[in-house]
Design a protein around this ligand. Structure first.
Ligand SMILES: [Zn+2]
Length: 187
C-alpha cells in the first residue's frame, strides 16, 4: 500500500497564510534567458496536486531579471515543485522509483501520467546531470568536496537523498537557470 508519510520536501521555511502556504527562501536564482541574477518582485499562487488528486495552494515568489535588457519574470520553485508539472515532486519521484505504479490502481495520478513521467525522467537524465555538474560548486548543501569527479552526480544525490532527490535536483536546475525538456516536439 502506498504511503508517502508526513515528510515535506519544500525548500525554505513554510508559513501558513489565508490563501495557502507561504514559502520563505533566501536562495540566489539565475535567469534562464540571460544568466543574470534574479531579484524578488512579488508573490503568486501555485497549486500542487497531491496523491489522490487533491490540490494544495502555495504562495511562491515571482522573481525578475536584474539585466535591464531582459527583465523577464520567473517563478521560484521549491523542492516540492517541478516546472510544468501539476503533481508534487514526491508523487512523480515515487513513480520513477517504482514505489507506486499502475498496479496500485490509482485514478490520480492516472496510468498515462505515470508512463509519461518515467519517460520524461529518462529523456532528461543526461541534461540534469550536465546542469548539476556545471552548477556543482554552487549547490545548496553541497561543498566542493562532495562534487564527484567521476560517476553520476544525479545517481549520487538519488542514493543519498531518498526520499526527496527529484524535487531537489529539479529545483537546482530550475533556479540556477537551467531548463528541462518536455518532449521532443518542444525541444
Ligand atoms: Zn534575464
Amino acid at each position: 500500500m502506498y504511503n508517502h508519510g508526513q515528510c515535506n520536501r519544500l525548500h525554505g521555511r513554510i508559513q501558513r497564510g489565508k490563501t495557502g502556504f507561504y514559502i520563505k527562501s533566501d536562495e540566489v536564482c539565475i535567469c534562464p534567458e540571460c544568466k543574470s541574477v534574479l531579484k524578488y518582485r512579488d508573490k503568486v499562487l501555485r497549486g500542487q496536486k497531491q496523491i489522490g488528486g487533491e490540490r494544495k495552494l502555495y504562495m511562491i515568489n515571482r522573481l525578475q531579471c536584474t539585466n535591464e535588457g531582459c527583465r523577464k519574470l520567473h517563478r521560484q520553485l521549491t523542492d516540492g515543485m517541478i516546472k510544468f508539472k501539476q503533481y508534487t515532486a514526491e508523487v512523480i519521484e515515487d513513480v520513477i522509483d517504482g514505489v507506486i505504479s499502475e498496479e496500485d490502481g490509482l485514478k490520480n495520478p492516472c496510468d498515462g501520467s505515470m508512463k509519461h513521467w518515467r519517460w520524461w525522467f529518462l529523456y532528461n537524465k543526461e541534461q540534469i546531470e550536465g546542469h548539476l555538474r556545471s552548477a556543482g560548486y554552487r549547490l545548496h548543501g553541497f561543498d566542493t568536496g562532495s562534487v564527484k569527479l567521476m560517476g553520476s552526480l544525479l545517481e549520487d544525490i538519488r542514493e543519498n537523498i531518498s526520499p526527496g532527490w527529484l524535487g531537489k535536483v529539479c529545483r537546482i536546475v530550475n533556479n540556477l537557470g537551467g531548463a528541462l525538456r518536455l518532449s521532443p516536439e518542444y525541444g
